[in-house]
Design a protein around this ligand. Structure first.
Ligand SMILES: [Zn+2]
Length: 192
């Protein structure tokens, strides 16, 4: 029996020739879980978000995720090497850091911290790929190419819950007549 040709789950056009990790393999410190998920992808889509994924990881180090055990492992195993090799990224992160005065929602002044000014389109590119990959893993079919992936950047931690709560209302309103598929992930990029 001849296997049907599987097209790339991201572009839906090219024939898949490789297995792309969802979420990206680089987001897991070693030893990596043995059951990482992959989706069929073409070479172009497989490689498209590589630089953005590095940026995503570097930005993540400035969030609460950077001080968790997996975050520290990632820093030691990957980020240091990445910074050494990718001078552009290092320069960019350096220039995007700025001093801010940090205050808790209750008004407690935490003093001066360093904060990273983020490039939303680059985080969005990575998130879009992950969402499309997860859609395929969940449903067994690629999300139609004309579906938009909406990324909401929430500035305040206290708003994250509200977004999660209203997510199901927001999304069908935007894509009336289509089935919706949504994921809420929190990535906080607060200074530390
Ligand atoms: Zn593709």
């Amino acid at each position: 029996m001849i296997e049907p040709v599987q097209s790339c789950v991201y572009c839906g056009v090219a024939v898949s020739v490789t297995a792309d990790h969802v979420p990206p393999k680089a987001f897991f410190p070693r030893p990596r879980p043995s059951n990482l998920k992959t989706v069929p992808a073409c070479f172009a889509c497989n490689n498209a978000a590589g630089r953005d994924e590095e940026y995503f990881l570097a930005a993540l180090m400035f969030s609460d995720a950077g001080v968790t055990e997996p975050g520290k492992k990632l820093w030691n195993q990957k980020l240091q090497r990445m910074y050494a090799k990718n001078l552009g990224l290092r320069r960019h992160i350096g220039s995007a850091l700025q001093a801010v005065q940090l205050t808790t929602p209750a008004g407690i002044h935490l003093g001066r911290r360093m904060a990273l000014s983020i490039q939303e389109p680059r985080l969005e590119a990575v998130a879009t790929k992950i969402v499309r990959g997860l859609h395929f893993l969940e449903t067994g079919s690629a999300a139609p190419a004309d579906w938009d992936v909406m990324c909401l950047f929430v500035r305040e931690r206290r708003h994250v819950e509200a977004v999660a709560q209203y997510n199901h209302m927001l999304i069908p309103a935007r894509i009336r007549g289509h089935r919706s598929f949504s994921i809420v992930a929190e990535l906080s990029l607060v200074s530390r």
